[in-house]
Design a protein around this ligand. Structure first.
Ligand code: HEM
Length: 374
């Protein structure tokens, strides 16, 4: 696809896709393209609003689905609350959690790393960071899986109905947590989001609820597969995992470049324009192939090889521009620690059975990762 030119028409999607690093990186930052179009043109949402009001409400108040100036205001407030939580202070707690999970694994038997480790770390970490009870983790995972199911290819009205119900329950839960925090604030992200203020601006209740749900969902879904895909790549390429922090950081970046958990995002064309000889109309959709950009030979030499010593950041796995992943420092820290603890505790770990990617479209990750360590 990359050798065919800067973009090509993907018939099944019905829009142009950009597979090369150069364009993906540029287009993510180009303000003539946006995640939303309904701030510029009238989009008739009445039918969807009637069918799944909670989902529509969530989208309307979600950072990820906004464009400036609304996005600028909310992003500033969220970043401020997020930065003040100082992600690096989580290092010790995440390390303890990872070790506790390894303690629980019966290493005399083959075990599934996803269900016993990779799926548990991110949800517990984001619950603790936000300050919601970790006993709710399974319930949150269930709501979250039901909500993100609408991003799947070929979703239908039943999937939307279930997602809407999950959003309603999620909203009710978060609203009661917000009430608790208002009465008894503590040193967590939810309390910080409630009180964060800049130039007289604050998050209103709908924004608070949507942001909390977004952080809980985004905070674990991708990180799970960041860990799973990373461990698979390391084992398949017989990589010696070093114990230095620098080595772990470079390894994390290479895992994210080589097999990113989110491989594609779309943008609306916000005005009629021509891009590299191709005409686009306002409202057209374009696809930005993050996974492909990360394998672009023009940017990464021997891009198809997994090479943790190539060092440095520069992949597109966290996006770029105004929607660049808010949680990137946290995700990086979680993956770095998850990999370090796993290989330190179980140095003989090997792949037990051929890993199979799940038949899913939005999140690119494994069904299971069966390992053994004897
Ligand atoms: C390996 C793990 C992760 C990956 C690969 C990832 C990837 C991404 C990408 C590509 C975007 C931009 C989407 C776009 O431009 O359309 C994004 C946005 C976002 N991510 Fe992540 N993410 C990860 C983990 C996290 C975590 C741990 C959190 C929260 C704690 C988080 C919160 C967010 C939020 C709130 C946004 C929206 C930002 C905005 O629209 O301004 N993500 N993420």
């Amino acid at each position: 696809m990359r050798s065919m030119g800067s973009c090509f028409f993907w018939e099944e999607y019905g829009y142009y896709c950009f597979p090369r690093f150069k364009e993906v990186n540029k287009l993510l930052r180009d303000r003539r393209f946006g995640r939303q179009i309904n701030h510029l043109v009238d989009v008739d949402n009445a039918e969807k609003e009637e069918r799944c009001p909670a989902l529509v409400r969530f989208d309307q108040n979600s950072l990820l689905e906004m464009e400036p100036p609304t996005h600028t205001r909310l992003r500033r407030l969220v970043s401020r609350a997020f930065v003040s939580r100082q992600v690096e202070t989580q290092r010790e707690e995440i390390t303890t959690l990872a070790n506790t999970l390894i303690d629980k694994i019966d290493t005399n038997q083959p075990f599934d790393l996803l269900s016993s480790y990779a799926e548990v770390i991110p949800v517990i970490v984001i619950c603790k960071l936000l300050g919601v009870p970790t006993e709710m983790a399974d319930q949150l995972l269930d709501w979250s899986h039901k909500m993100v199911a609408i991003y799947e290819h070929g979703n239908n009205k039943e999937v939307e109905r279930i997602a809407n119900e999950a959003t309603l329950s999620f909203e009710a839960f978060i609203e009661s947590e917000i009430e608790n925090k208002k009465r008894k604030p503590s040193n967590d992200l939810l309390s910080a989001l409630i009180k964060v203020e800049e130039e007289g601006e604050r998050l209103n209740i709908e924004e608070l609820i949507a942001t909390s749900i977004l952080l809980l969902n985004a905070g674990h879904e991708a990180t799970v597969h960041g860990i799973g895909n990373g461990v698979k790549a390391i084992l398949e390429n017989s990589i010696d995992v070093t114990s230095t922090e620098e080595g772990a950081r470079a390894l994390t970046e290479e895992c994210l470049r080589f097999d990113p958990p989110l491989h594609m995002f779309t943008r609306f064309v916000l005005e009629d324009l021509e891009y590299q000889g191709q005409a686009f109309k306002q409202g057209d959709v374009i696809g930005l192939l993050l996974g492909s950009a990360n394998r672009d030979e023009e940017k990464f030499s021997d891009a198809h090889l997994f090479n943790p010593t190539r060092g440095g950041i520069g992949h597109t796995s966290f996006g770029a521009g105004i929607h660049f992943c808010v949680g990137a420092p946290l995700a990086r820290l979680e993956i770095e620690i998850a990999l370090s603890v796993l290989f330190e505790r179980l140095p003989k770990v090997r792949i037990g059975s051929e890993p199979v990617y799940a038949d899913r479209y939005h999140f690119h990750g494994l069904e299971a990762l069966v390992l053994h360590s004897r």
